[in-house]
Design a protein around this ligand. Structure first.
Ligand SMILES: Cc1cc2nc3c(=O)[nH]c(=O)nc-3n(C[C@H](O)[C@H](O)[C@H](O)COP(=O)(O)OP(=O)(O)OC[C@H]3O[C@@H](n4cnc5c(N)ncnc54)[C@H](O)[C@@H]3O)c2cc1C
Length: 403
């Protein structure tokens, strides 16, 4: 007798949309679709589902993959020794360092890139040129598509793989493979949560309206923005040679980044994500070393981007050993990394208005959401003026204190 079809793999507020179930289903009965909050979630086709329950057994939100990972990983401040590659990355450019090592060994690198519609999805790179679209942080949930299956095929052909993704995607991959194959290398990153693809799309539409041209390319974490290391860079159809850039705190343009930094637009599960703490699942954890030097001497390299990398496993150590000639590694105390990065200390706090905000990003147009939450996210005029005055007065206060 046929088993009844599965209704739900995990409660919606616990699903991360990692795509394990979609990749695993032997009947291809699961599709990832935009849900009521604008995020990718599994939709089960009851006609196709044979009730095998494989998705229930392996879902990493129901049972975490068991791997050998250090609860006290080695922490390094590090950066790519190639200045051009470092400048083209979000942080210290360490992703490229490890990726080139895998490519040099005949392997394939899987990471999140922009497709031709500028949607963010995982893709494969088999040459240094193909790495380029994967560089830099995209502050939106990436669609992994069928990539876990492609990873398995590559490993079956005895070729090494580097997979980079959010901690929940790395968990999804290990759950799919049901183990830790010797030629698989993974990097997760410190992730305080992901905004929805629907809100990201509305932001792009808004920019196209504002500039009266279509956006040809976008970089959500460009170092070329003159005013700030956290900047957005656009290329428009109206003038492909002209680059438009603006800072993440630009009150007119950058509401997507602001809502992300203030944690309003994140997926519900991100506030209770089980994969934020140590031990981490990735062989290496990539991050920004925001507070490097705040507890010791200032490092002038900081302005060019310094990464924090945690080496969580033996394979992580191997990646580091392969890379010593291509990058600068400085051993730091783990406590310094934890003190300087709230994402390592626990879950992101859910703002009181998060549910209302996310609902509005689905039902309202972008401009209405901006109007409604502008004061909440950027502060009132008076609050902004106070911050400005404090900043202006700081050198004078410091001078008086020193006397
Ligand atoms: C949503 C998000 C939240 C983050 N939150 C934090 C944080 O709280 N604290 C912190 O220190 N660092 C955070 N980071 C990581 C940080 O921004 C850098 O990506 C990281 O330090 C790697 O920098 P890099 O210079 O070594 O590599 P880069 O060249 O910048 O490469 C980034 C790598 O990440 C992958 N990637 C980018 N965007 C996505 C995505 N949306 N989904 C899956 N994979 C992606 C790319 O494929 C690439 O492999 C976050 C990144 C993202 C995407």
């Amino acid at each position: 007798m046929k088993n009844p079809p599965i209704n739900e793999i995990v409660a919606p507020e616990k699903c991360t949309g990692c795509g394990l179930c979609r990749n695993l289903c032997p009947e291809n009965a699961i599709r990832m679709e935009i849900d009521g909050e604008g995020f990718l979630s599994p939709r089960i086709d009851a006609e196709r589902c044979v009730g095998c329950r494989l998705c229930l057994a392996r879902c990493p939100q129901r049972r975490a993959p068991k791997l050998e990972r250090s609860p006290k990983p080695e922490a390094y401040a590090c950066w790519n020794a190639d200045n051009a590659r470092r400048a083209a990355s979000s942080s210290g450019g360490m992703f490229t360092v490890y990726a080139l090592q895998i490519l040099a060994r005949g392997g394939t690198v899987f990471g999140a890139g922009y497709d031709e519609r500028l949607d963010v999805r995982h893709a494969a790179a088999r040459s240094p040129e193909e790495l380029e679209p994967l560089l830099c942080s995209k502050y939106v949930q990436a669609d992994v598509g069928p990539v876990y299956r492609e990873v398995k095929e590559t490993l079956a052909a005895d070729r090494p793989v580097l997979f980079v993704g959010t901690p929940c995607q790395v968990a999804g991959l290990y759950a799919f493979l049901n183990g830790d194959p010797p030629k698989l290398y993974t990097c997760d990153f410190l992730c305080h949560g992901v905004p929805s693809p629907l809100f990201y799309r509305k932001w792009l539409d808004h920019l196209e309206k504002a500039f009266k041209a279509s956006v040809q390319s976008v970089n959500m974490r460009s170092k070329e923005c003159r005013r700030n290391i956290m900047g957005v860079k656009l290329c428009l159809s109206s003038d492909p040679d002209r680059r438009i850039d603006f800072a993440w705190y630009d009150k007119k343009m950058e509401f997507l980044g602001r809502a992300f930094l203030k944690n309003y637009s994140l997926r519900k599960r991100c506030y209770t994500c089980p994969y934020v703490r140590l031990p981490r699942l990735g062989d290496v954890t990539l991050a920004d070393f925001w507070k490097l030097g705040d507890l010791g001497p200032y490092n002038p390299e900081k302005k060019n981007g310094i990464s924090l990398n945690l080496i969580n496993s033996e394979k992580g150590k191997r990646l580091l050993e392969w890379s010593v000639a291509e990058a600068r590694f400085i051993r730091r105390e783990l406590s310094e990394a934890v003190a300087g990065n709230s994402s390592l200390r626990g879950n992101t706090k859910e703002p009181r208005l998060r549910d209302a905000f996310v609902r509005d990003t689905v039902s309202c147009d972008y401009e209405t959401v901006v109007r409604k939450y502008h004061a909440e996210l950027f502060g009132t005029r008076l609050a902004r003026l106070k911050i400005k005055m404090k900043k202006l007065a700081r050198p004078l206060v410091n001078l008086l204190r020193r006397r």
